[in-house]
Design a protein around this ligand. Structure first.
Ligand SMILES: CC(C)(COP(=O)(O)OP(=O)(O)OC[C@H]1O[C@@H](n2cnc3c(N)ncnc32)[C@H](O)[C@@H]1OP(=O)(O)O)[C@@H](O)C(=O)NCCC(=O)NCCS
Length: 187
């Protein structure tokens, strides 16, 4: 098994700062969770302020995944403003599997911030959580999302056709993955 080491926060990248959500982040989180265009390819609908309160409580409760099944969701700041979130889920302890995800406010698309923040999540997954393989998945029509996966060096492993009904229509899902040795070789 890999070592499991909680990182020190905040985590700084060239342009961003990543840290656990706090209760003071409600307005920022709601600013994107309430937008239909942001949730178009996500499970669930645009959130009410009360629903954002519930989702923020889940995010603030986990500052590091303590057991499989837990999600780590970090707030991403740019110039002191929270512009999005980046997620690492510990899928399976025995098989050292994880998953990443990302959701940003549309005002901040097109600058590489999701890719920059997700690189941190891959590092946390492989180095701090000792994972062997990290996956990401999205609707095949969500090109902005799978292009992030490709920039991260992830490989398209699957195109699941009609494996579920997504928002009233048959879903088309892409699954991407990267192995620890592929990630180390790409750095
Ligand atoms: C998915 C999502 C985070 C992608 O956002 P994004 O801004 O396109 O992604 P990045 O931050 O990596 O930026 C990449 C874009 O910025 C451009 N860019 C500009 N400067 C860049 C830089 N320094 N580094 C990398 N890319 C840069 C890239 O060319 C790319 O544009 P392109 O896709 O048109 O070629 C965003 O669309 C989103 O939040 N969607 C709603 C939620 C969602 O669907 N999440 C995924 C669920 S599976």
């Amino acid at each position: 098994m890999g070592t499991v080491t909680k990182p020190a926060y905040p985590i700084r990248t060239e342009r961003l700062l990543l840290r656990p959500f706090t209760h003071a982040d409600h307005a920022a989180l709601h600013s994107w969770q309430s937008l239909p265009e942001v949730v178009r390819y996500l499970y669930g609908e645009a959130k009410t302020p009360e629903e954002t309160t519930e989702s923020l409580a889940l995010k603030t409760a986990v500052t590091w995944p303590a057991k499989e099944g837990e999600h780590l969701s970090l707030a991403v700041e740019h110039d002191g403003r929270v512009i999005g979130e980046t997620v690492l889920k510990w899928l399976n302890e025995e098989h050292r599997q994880g998953e990443i995800g990302y959701i940003f406010h549309p005002d901040h698309y097109g600058r590489g911030y999701a890719t920059e923040a997700s690189r941190v999540m891959l590092r946390l997954g492989f180095e701090n959580l000792g994972l062997h393989r990290i996956v990401a998945s999205c609707d095949a029509s969500n090109g902005a999302s799978w292009r992030v996966m490709e920039r991260l060096g992830m490989r398209r492993e699957a195109h699941f056709r009609h494996a579920e009904v997504f928002k009233g229509a048959w879903g088309e899902e892409f699954v991407y993955a990267i192995l620890e040795d592929e990630w180390r070789a790409s750095r």
